[in-house]
Every structure is written in structure tokens, then in C-alpha cells.
Design a protein. Structure first.
Length: 254
């Protein structure tokens, strides 16, 4: 199984998964150009997976379907995604080429956002980032916290294939919340080395995120205490901690 993070725009990744015969699965193609360049000499892709409706995740669909008109497009039940051939929802299971994926509903960043989990991989769009999480454009903090909690329950060796290269910028906020976290400090050093060599910081492993990502550590004493200091008041539970962290991050400047 060949997994590739294709850079697009300033900081997007379009994920490609290839089988031994070279047929690909494409995830969140906001731009067709890098996909067509990578797959120009190969066979028709198995399918396209879409996590949510934002243009930097679906903008390449018309050109890809012009090149491969019979390729299935799996997308959430959202009319803003016009080119879907198959609508998916929480609890569905997809057979795509030689692979199988479970669909997980993860509202928060958008109301219809989904993730795809299978084959040791998690294609999570803009819900979970390495050392961070997506902004709340359409959902609520309780929704997003619940969505992240579902993802956090997956196997620790799951490779987290999120859609943006935000790890280095997220690290600054994570360190401000949890500065004494030795796992986080080690992760930040590794990310700096990767990015310094022009390599992607992704995929990460879910176990790393559970140890380092403050948005997955709302029940950790150090994170809870940091959120309370920032809020200037006691916080009743992990959902309140998450809401505080998300608002803090929205205004954060390194």
C-alpha cells in the first residue's frame, strides 16, 4: 500500500493511496493539477473520497471527472458538494478497490463533515490536525469535542492523514498550553527537522496526538489547569475545557 501526501495550494495535502497495480484512491482533491500530474500515466482511479464541502477540498472535482468520468465520488449528504455519485453517512462502510473504510460523522468544522477510517488510516479532513483541530465554522464546541473524542478512541497506531500542513504553527499553541509535556517537546523537535528538510509532518500517529495534542487532552490535569488560568474561572468538564482551548486558539498569535 503506497500512501502519498500531494501538496496543493499553500498548505493543503491531497491524499493518494495506491494499490499494487497502481490504481489510486484520491482524498479531498481541492486542486486537480497535482493529481493529474501524479496519475497522468496510470490507470483510472478507484474512487474519490470527500470529507466536507469547502472548496479547497472539492475544487478539483470537475477537472478530475472530465478526465475520468466514471470514477465514483463518495461524499457526505450535503447539497453543497455537487459532484457526488454516492452519499455517505455515519456508520456506513465503503469497499473501495481492495480497501474498506468506515464512515465516521464528525460535525464541528462543518455540520456535515465526515472522516474515513480503515486500513490503519484516518482521513479526517479538517476535523483533527496534528497538534490541533479545525475551527468551528458551522458546528458547536460540544459537537467538535464529541467528534474528536470518537476519533481519539481509534487504535493508537492509526495514521492520521489530515488535510493541512499546520503542525508547526499548531505546535506554538500546544506548547503555550502544555509547556512541560516532554512528548510534545520531542514531537515539536521532530516536526522542525522534517519541515527543515522539506518533508511533510504527516501522517502522524494517533498515539502521538493523544500524548501531545491539547485538543485531545482536555481531561489531562495540566491542560485543564491551563484552560482555567486562561478563562479566569473554574471549568466544569472536558467539554468546557475544549471550548476554552478553541476560543483561545482562535485569538492566539505566536
Amino acid at each position: 500500500m503506497d500512501l502519498l501526501a500531494l501538496p496543493a495550494f499553500d498548505d493543503n495535502y491531497i491524499w493518494l493511496l495506491r494499490d499494487p497495480a497502481g490504481r489510486a484512491l484520491i482524498v479531498d482533491p481541492g486542486d486537480a493539477t497535482p493529481v493529474l500530474a501524479e496519475l497522468s500515466d496510470g490507470p483510472s482511479p478507484h474512487a474519490i473520497l470527500i470529507t466536507h464541502h469547502h472548496d479547497d477540498h472539492i475544487g478539483g472535482l470537475p477537472a478530475l471527472l472530465a478526465r475520468w468520468p466514471d470514477v465514483p465520488v463518495h461524499a457526505p449528504q450535503d447539497p453543497r458538494i455537487a459532484h457526488a455519485t454516492h452519499r455517505v453517512a455515519d456508520g456506513d462502510r465503503l469497499a473501495v478497490g481492495p480497501w474498506q473504510f468506515d464512515v465516521i460523522g464528525v460535525p464541528g468544522h462543518t455540520r456535515s463533515h465526515v472522516a474515513y477510517h480503515g486500513e490503519g488510516l484516518l482521513f479526517c479532513g479538517d476535523t483533527l490536525f496534528s497538534l490541533g483541530c479545525g475551527r468551528l465554522f458551522e458546528g458547536t464546541a460540544p459537537q467538535m469535542h464529541a467528534s474528536l473524542s470518537r476519533l481519539a478512541a481509534l487504535a493508537a497506531d492509526t495514521r492520521v492523514c489530515c488535510a493541512h500542513e499546520y503542525t508547526a504553527s499548531n505546535a506554538a499553541f500546544a506548547l503555550s498550553v502544555d509547556p512541560h509535556n516532554t512528548a510534545l517537546r520531542t514531537r515539536v523537535q521532530h516536526v522542525r527537522a522534517l519541515r527543515g528538510n522539506g518533508q511533510p509532518s504527516l501522517p502522524s500517529h494517533l498515539g502521538e496526538e493523544l500524548a501531545c495534542n491539547p485538543f485531545l487532552r482536555c481531561e489531562a490535569a495540566a491542560v485543564h489547569a491551563a484552560a482555567e488560568r486562561h478563562a479566569g474561572q473554574p471549568l466544569a468538564d472536558a467539554t468546557a475545557v475544549f471550548a476554552t482551548l478553541r476560543a483561545w486558539k482562535d485569538a492566539f498569535r505566536a
